[in-house]
Ligand binder design. Structure first.
Ligand SMILES: Cc1cc2nc3c(=O)[nH]c(=O)nc-3n(C[C@H](O)[C@H](O)[C@H](O)COP(=O)(O)O)c2cc1C
Length: 168
């Protein structure tokens, strides 16, 4: 059975939940999935493929995940890899384009795909500074995550991993 590691970097938990949903979906299709937080990683070399996802803050991935990519780029570029970002909040108050470094990462690592998913913003989660920043860009509070879109993307990953399993 193929193994897949889903790694996420989040500040307020909503990206972690997306990673879990991706892991749950892929795991239903004959792939052994481990979902891990960037702060608590298993041994990378044990996996046949990887999904990396980060929340987006001020146009960038969370710093720990950027460092992770730089540190492990050799291994990551040798196995099937998918990237996702979670940030936009259902309108155009925040940039919906890819975070600055991700196109470069995708090219460098030979990623199969990069997907930007909508995120979640809850006032109670935010520091005073973050609240002020959110107010400054008129970011709306709410949960904008599109679970059907997330599940469909995960299904595509499962199909690709299964197909590569068959040709082994
Ligand atoms: C201070 C601040 C800055 C943000 N900057 C961006 C941004 O540049 N681009 C974007 O798409 N989303 C941005 N967001 C929205 C977050 O990425 C979104 O709320 C995401 O779902 C948070 O994920 P997390 O709960 O995993 O931390 C920002 C949110 C805050 C509070």
């Amino acid at each position: 059975m193929s193994t897949l590691l889903v790694v996420s970097a989040s500040k307020h938990g909503s990206t972690t939940q997306i990673a879990q949903a991706i892991g749950d979906e892929v795991g239903k299709h004959g792939v052994e999935v481990t979902v891990a937080d960037i702060d608590d990683l298993p041994l990378l070399a044990e996996f046949d493929g990887y999904v990396l996802g980060s929340a987006v803050y001020a146009g960038h991935w969370v710093a720990e995940l950027r460092r992770f990519v730089e540190l492990h780029h050799h291994l990551l570029s040798q196995r099937p890899l998918w990237l996702f970002s979670s940030g936009p909040l259902g309108d155009d108050s925040l940039p919906a384009e890819e975070p600055t470094e991700v196109a470069e990462f995708a090219h460098w690592l030979g990623a199969r795909d990069h997907r930007v998913f909508e995120g979640r913003l809850r006032q109670a989660d935010l520091s005073l500074l973050e609240r002020a920043a959110a107010r400054f860009v008129h970011a709306p509070y709410g949960d904008f995550r599109q679970w059907d879109e997330i599940h469909d993307w995960a299904l595509g990953i499962a199909e690709t991993v299964q197909a590569s399993q068959r040709v082994r």
